[in-house]
Design a protein around this ligand. Structure first.
Ligand SMILES: C[S@@+](CC[C@H](N)C(=O)[O-])C[C@H]1O[C@@H](n2cnc3c(N)ncnc32)[C@H](O)[C@@H]1O
Length: 307
């Protein structure tokens, strides 16, 4: 079943959350000259019009990129990501186009780096292929991500990131994404895996978080969840969740700074929240949560730690 169309949700708060963490992981890969590969397993169509079609009808982006668009200050990584979105606009300063994950990655590749993007939906695949056409660093596959999780790993070069961003249309996708993450990790323990999950009213996300935590995925899993006071109506989406498996050194510190600043714009009423936890494997190989942080909405500079 491929009825999901990301156009509807493009640029919403969950996209912003995911793309900022993706940006930070890319920052750490770009800090060294060695080549890296980015494997986008559920790539979508690459670029989205916000002023027409489904995105214009849903208007979800107004509570996402729309709330950050005129931001002049903030952490460097947040401003750099906004700069990349600005570069894409055909009619600046009007915001009419939003870059999805493969386009964002493509814009950061150096000559020595590669992008492999998988997409199954025929229309999304065609759009993605057209958008990346002619860039020799990019490879687009019309391929099932579940099969690619076995076939594409371990990649060459060994440094890199894999993005798992399923649509969660079917309940089975919750278990499939954990299985795929574990399979990839078994074959590729030098890469970073970024797994997006929805925070829904039905409260299924704690089980997903726990399943990832218990799957022996190795050291350092960063969990980040962002909620809005007024999430878009209709989808049941209360918040956006991300697990970063094999999180680069200091990602937790950078994510806390960048996402706290973003969350303050995304959730001006301040009754949503930002949750962050770092799970480490202890000496017996049993993962445990070591740090949970939530910014205090009354003191934006303050981030409290709870055990
Ligand atoms: C949430 S969207 C991706 C958004 C994109 N990662 C971004 O951040 O811009 C999920 C995409 O996965 C595609 N998809 C769904 N099932 C798939 C599968 N088994 N293999 C590959 N792609 C799939 C959908 O067509 C959809 O375009």
């Amino acid at each position: 079943m491929l009825s999901y169309q990301h156009e509807y949700h493009a640029g919403n708060f969950a996209d912003v959350h995911k793309h900022l963490l993706l940006w930070l992981v890319l920052d750490s890969l770009l800090a060294r000259p060695k080549p890296f590969v980015a494997i986008d397993l559920f790539a979508g169509s690459g670029q989205y019009r916000l002023d027409q079609g489904m995105a214009a009808r849903s208007g979800e982006w107004h509570q996402g990129i729309g709330r950050l668009w005129s931001l002049g200050r903030g952490p460097a990584a947040l401003r750099a990501w906004l700069g990349a979105v600005r570069e894409l606009q055909p009619d600046p300063p009007r915001l009419t186009v939003y870059p999805g994950s493969p386009e964002l990655i493509r814009r950061r590749l150096r000559e020595q780096d590669r992008l492999i993007a998988c997409e199954l939906h025929p229309a999304a695949y065609a759009a993605l292929r057209a958008g990346l056409h002619g860039d020799r660093r990019c490879h687009v596959h019309r391929r099932d991500a579940r099969e690619a999780a076995r076939g594409l790993f371990p990649p060459e070069p060994r440094r890199g990131i894999a993005l798992l961003d399923p649509a969660y249309e079917r309940p089975a996708e919750y278990t499939e994404v954990v299985r795929m993450t574990a399979e990839i990790r078994r074959r590729w323990n030098t890469g970073t895996l970024l797994v997006w999950y929805p925070v829904l009213e039905d409260g299924r996300h704690p089980q997903l978080r726990e399943a990832l935590r218990a799957a022996h995925l190795g050291e350092r899993i960063l969990f980040s969840e962002l909620r809005l006071t007024d999430p878009p109506r209709g989808s049941g989406l209360q918040g956006s969740g991300i697990a970063v498996v094999g999180a680069p050194w200091q990602l937790d510190t950078h994510a806390r700074r960048v996402l706290s600043a973003a969350w303050r714009c995304l959730d001006p009423e301040g009754r949503g929240g930002l949750f962050q936890a770092l799970a480490l494997e202890n000496a017996r190989g049993r993962p445990h949560l070591v740090r949970v942080e939530t910014p205090d909405p009354h003191d934006p500079e303050d981030v409290k730690d709870h055990d």
